[in-house]
Design a protein around this ligand. Structure first.
Ligand code: GAP
Length: 423
């Protein structure tokens, strides 16, 4: 099996990601996150929010609604421009993105392809209570405009002053022509974005662009992604989105090739101008700010963190996820499941640790098998309560990556894991 197949199988087997609506045959481009997947994704989002909002004086957060007045999408240019080039096979009628197939032969049957035409990616929905009164609206194609249309609200209701940013995480929807590569190209996905507003000054915008580009790359590296699997790629003019004057992607070396999972964009005053929004500075000078945007995909980040963490060592599969991202931080085992004194003590340790760290319990099979199972889901530490624990009130803590064990006093365990997690 190649690495993509390994990860897809592991994700399903261990409860990270399942195909959407699977018992009804699935639904192309939609995925469901299981008990471990939701933890991984929440951890990615929590770390992002910490670094983008909590650790900064100049950024505030918000959460806009998914469905907005359709006029938003007319003003933003999405109704007109948010499109990919579509070609259709004249023989089998399969449809493809023209920029993803080389030449004019159908990849499925070799038939001739039509000339490309614009295919709008916005997903339509109908809102209203009567058939006649139903109004066409859109599921947002990017989360961004919820921030722009609230620009004035945020300025008026908080103490932000330019330069400042508004951060948001949420679902976006695109009617992709070809979904694929597992969750990489989905029709429903989550984005984590910062819209950073600066004075209308090309030099300042460029400086800010460079700052955020580096900051975003460093964030992935700080969470353990291998530098050799990461690179920047500048967009050529013809591939830039309709709103971007400059765009660079952070790409990951995926098994299916270098692939974008975050874009840094200079959106100039394109969006605020379209929404007719301005800003007044302390001296009463009115202007339209420029926007530098960082736009990451939560699902793509989760997929690439999984791929990057995946290691095989002989028979062992180890997910070497950064402990901050790991679904469980700690697994607690009684050495033997049929010794009530060990089980009782292990239960007390588990109940104490779970208050501070997402923890899991396992008393099935032998210790070796339990380690094996925890390695495969990336649990960084396994705590075993053995006979020495009964006499000395200590436990063994086994490290996932080194497989080394050390004895730690039970009353020191919370501090021990806290220190490890804050490294
Ligand atoms: N607001 C800017 C914007 O939406 P984008 O480059 O179109 O820019 C940003 O999207 C990020 O959203 C991408 O880098 C990717 O991580 C994620 N993304 C976009 N389309 C996606 C899809 N079909 N499936 C999963 N993630 C997607």
């Amino acid at each position: 099996m190649n690495k993509m197949d390994e990860i897809t199988a592991l994700a399903k087997r261990r409860g990270f990601i399942y195909p959407g609506s699977e018992i009804y045959g699935g639904f192309a481009g939609f995925w469901d996150y299981g008990p471990l997947g939701v933890e991984l994704k929440n951890n990615v989002k929590r770390e992002w929010w910490k670094s983008m909002v909590y650790e900064r004086d100049d950024v505030v957060g918000m959460d806009a609604s998914i469905i907005m007045n359709p006029k938003v999408w007319e003003a933003s240019g999405h109704v007109e421009e948010f499109a990919d080039p579509l070609v259709e096979c004249k023989v089998c009628h399969h449809r493809f993105r023209a920029d993803k197939v080389g030449g004019n032969k159908c990849p499925d049957c070799g038939g001739e392809l039509t000339e490309p035409k614009k295919f709008n990616l916005l997903t339509e929905v109908y809102v209203g209570t009567t058939e006649e009164g139903k109004q066409k609206a859109y599921l947002r194609g990017e989360i961004t405009h919820g921030v722009f249309v609230n620009f004035k609200n945020v300025v008026d209701s908080t103490r932000v002053k330019i330069p400042f940013g508004i951060a948001q995480i949420g679902k976006a929807f695109r009617n992709e022509i070809t979904a694929g590569n597992f969750t990489f190209r989905s029709r429903e996905f989550e984005q984590m974005e910062l819209e950073y507003f600066v004075k209308p000054d090309a030099k300042e915008a460029e400086k800010t662009f460079e700052f955020w580009k580096e900051a975003r790359m460093n964030w992935y590296v700080s969470l353990g992604m291998s530098k050799v699997n990461l690179r920047f790629r500048a967009h050529e003019a013809k591939e830039r989105a309709h709103y971007a004057a400059k765009a660079e992607d952070i790409e990951y070396k995926a098994p299916f090739g270098w692939s974008e999972f975050e874009g840094i964009h200079n959106r100039t005053d394109f969006d605020l101008k379209n929404h007719k929004l301005t800003y007044k500075d302390g001296e009463g000078k009115e202007f339209t700010p420029w926007v530098i945007e960082t736009s990451g995909g939560v699902d793509r980040a989760a997929l690439f963190f999984l791929l990057d963490a995946y290691h095989e060592e002989g028979e062992r599969v180890i997910l070497k996820l950064d402990p901050r991202l790991a679904p469980y931080k700690v697994a607690v085992f009684p050495l033997l499941a049929n010794k009530p004194e060990l089980v009782n003590m292990a239960r007390q340790v588990f109940d104490r640790l779970r208050l501070s760290f997402h923890s899991t319990w396992d008393d099935r099979g032998n210790i070796g098998k339990r380690y094996f199972a925890q390695d495969e889901i990336g649990t960084p530490w396994c705590v075993t309560i053995d006979f020495t624990s009964l006499d000395e009130a200590t436990v063994t803590v086994r490290d996932r990556d080194s497989a080394k064990q050390e004895r730690v006093a039970i009353d020191k365990l919370p501090e021990y894991f806290q220190n490890k997690l804050s490294v």
